[in-house]
Design a protein around this ligand. Structure first.
Ligand SMILES: NC(=O)C1=CN([C@@H]2O[C@H](COP(=O)(O)OP(=O)(O)OC[C@H]3O[C@@H](n4cnc5c(N)ncnc54)[C@H](O)[C@@H]3O)[C@@H](O)[C@H]2O)[C@@H](O)CC1
Ligand SMILES: Nc1ncnc2c1ncn2[C@@H]1O[C@H](COP(=O)(O)OP(=O)(O)O)[C@@H](O)[C@H]1O
Ligand SMILES: [K+]
Length: 546
């Protein structure tokens, strides 16, 4: 699972390495520019031979410095290059200035001017090296226009112009994945690339918010920074680092891990042997008549994903309806919170409450019983408690009452609407420049448990700072997962994976669940409805067990 750095962390890593004397800023910049050109040629092999034309736009900082290196290296390969500088040469930082001067011996540095830019011959490659990690404010309007995809229509066959971004498409905030709107533009101006080369490591903004859409394909270019030491072993099921966010994906550093190592290692049923009770007993609470579908899907997913047995509890009046739908899943009537308390025995290892449960005091009481349940004298861990949907909304008027009861083996799985009810100060409208990662970190600290905030960019955090992002983008884009009930399935999936006594750390189980949820949707394809998700799991597991 690769790390997602903030701009400040990236600067600190560079700074520490430069100060240690092992490398100079100039060497890093050269490697960045060289790596960017190599990545472009790798993606577009037609650029490997012959003369082509590039339009390079450089900015006033070190991102611009990368642009000068890229321009020089392209000219070395026989290309024609038009280069514009947004800024003043005399004010460039030292390394960028050196590369500016090296370039100036090879070609012209033209001051940024929209009309002059449009007058250039049609480029084959457009290089955006204006801003990277140093973006501090919205793009000025003329620059935003120059970077827009629409600008390419100035040239015939404009759609065929390849777009390469150094570190990010300029204007994208690499901490938040957002594009700040300028005062003159009510709607943020959006720039996008076909290929983004991220230096040393992915940054959070490559995988949050608009990042995946704007960056196109992202390739990490190794510029020889050592960075933090992390071995493959240490990642399997290890709790997250408090300061660094990580990407939920079977990737390690710059390579890919075999799937069976991760997340295959998270699924107890793929390994070992045992009795059904060794794989845990998951319980799912359901609502009244006509509302049982959501809980049934959660229960079915829990059973498919590894729990040894699953019991669904429902009000007596819903028993008949549920009985007519369930076979392998056991069913019991549970009229009150007190009955629930009596039913919970010390072998219940995972609980899932919320889907279709109904909003109100009855649900709050059930949640309280679930969170107070302890495993007795078996020496087992506290049961994992997954709270979703109505179990969250029921605490809208008093979230602190919920947070006073949660424990470390609790996972809250809100979508943005439910999140706003529990954490009004952290709602989307209140976030300003805070990244989704920091928002969920704060929520986890407030709630005292794991919080998973859903979306195309799903963010998971736990108290103390550990955070992960799962990005359903690029090859893993699954827009058809936006279907009613998909969230209920996710809640059941976490409960089912967490149920076995040998299940890894709950945080890691939650990460794996999000990946599997997306993977099941991906392998099924368009046309998916929520019921298809649990039925896809055996196929997904088969690819992990190899
Ligand atoms: N420092 C190093 O050793 C390396 C840096 N690298 C590159 O350097 C980049 C970071 O460089 P910098 O920290 O200089 O930052 P940038 O080059 O991203 O931008 C910083 C400059 O842009 C100005 N600025 C920010 N937002 C603006 C806006 N909206 N309108 C106008 N001006 C704006 C700032 O005042 C500052 O002058 C990385 O993204 C990467 O591309 C790479 O060369 C690898 C090595
Ligand atoms: N466009 C999308 N791409 C990827 N995943 C998505 C997308 N839209 C929704 N999802 C995922 O689908 C699930 C929907 O959950 P939720 O909003 O709780 O729906 P419901 O309450 O209907 O079950 C979440 O896991 C969410 O991350
Ligand atoms: K850039």
């Amino acid at each position: 699972m690769a790390e997602l750095l903030t701009s400040a962390q990236m600067r600190a890593i560079e700074q520490a390495e430069i100060e240690s004397g092992t490398v100079t800023g100039l060497q890093l910049m050269e490697r960045a520019g060289r790596g960017a050109v190599a990545a472009a040629i790798g993606k577009w092999p037609e650029f490997a031979q012959g003369s082509h034309r590039a339009l390079v736009l450089c900015g006033p900082g070190n991102n611009g410095g990368d642009g000068f290196v890229i321009a020089r290296r392209l000219v070395d390969r026989g290309w024609n290059v038009d280069l514009f500088l947004y800024g003043v040469a005399a004010k460039l930082p030292p390394d960028a200035r050196v590369n500016h001067d090296l370039w100036a011996k090879r070609g012209a540095v033209r001051a940024f001017d929209l009309a002059a830019l449009c007058d250039c011959d049609r480029p084959d490659l457009f290089v955006d090296a204006v801003f990277g990690t140093g973006l501090t404010r919205p793009l000025p309007s003329d620059l935003a226009t120059a970077l827009e995809v629409g600008m390419m229509s100035n040239w015939t066959r404009g759609h065929g112009i390849k777009r390469l971004a150094a570190d990010c498409p300029s204007g994208l905030n690499l901490d938040t994945g957002m594009v700040p709107a300028s005062e003159s533009d009510a709607v943020p101006r959006v720039t996008s690339a076909d290929l983004t080369v991220a230096f040393h490591s992915l940054k959070a903004g490559h995988r949050l918010g608009l990042g995946p859409t704007l960056c196109g394909e992202v390739q990490v270019v190794d510029i020889g920074l050592t960075g933090p030491d992390a071995s493959e072993r240490a990642m399997i099921g290890t709790p997250p680092d408090a300061d660094r966010a990580r990407l939920v994906a079977p990737e390690f550093a710059h390579g890919s891990l075999p799937l069976r190592i991760w997340p295959g290692a998270m699924i107890a049923k793929l390994r070992g042997q045992g009795h059904k009770y060794d794989y845990g007993h998951a319980m799912v609470c359901a609502g009244g008549p006509g509302r049982g579908g959501a809980a049934r899907m959660a229960a079915r997913t829990a059973l498919r994903s590894g729990a040894g047995l699953v019991t669904m509890l429902c009000p007596p009046e819903a028993l008949q309806e549920n009985a007519s739908h369930l076979d392998a899943i056991m069913l019991r009537a549970c009229a009150t919170a007190e009955t629930f308390r009596q039913i919970l025995d010390d072998r219940v290892s995972a609980l899932c409450l919320g889907p279709g449960l109904g909003v109100g005091s009855a649900t709050r009481d059930l949640v309280s019983v679930a969170l107070a349940h302890r495993p007795g004298d078996r020496g087992w861990r506290d049961p994992a408690v997954v709270l979703d949907a109505d179990a969250l909304t029921s605490f809208e008027n008093d979230p602190d009452a919920l947070f006073a009861q949660t424990h470390a083996r609790t996972v809250l799985t809100p979508h943005e609407g439910e999140f706003a009810r529990l954490f009004p100060d952290l709602a989307q409208s209140e976030r300003a420049n805070l990244s989704k990662i920091d928002v969920v970190r704060q929520a986890a600290d407030q709630a005292g448990c794991i919080v998973l905030l859903k979306g195309e960019d799903t963010v998971i955090a736990r108290p103390g700072g550990g955070a992960s992002v799962h990005s359903a983008s690029g090859e893993r884009a699954v827009p058809w997962l936006a279907t009613a009930g998909a969230g209920d399935v996710l809640a059941g999936l976490i409960a089912g994976l967490a149920a076995p006594e040998t299940a890894p750390d709950l945080y890691c189980v939650t990460e794996a669940a999000v990946w599997l949820h997306c993977e099941a949707a991906r392998q099924f394809g368009p046309g998916l409805i929520a019921e298809d998700l649990p039925e896809m799991l055996p196929k997904v597991f088969a690819t992990l067990a190899r």
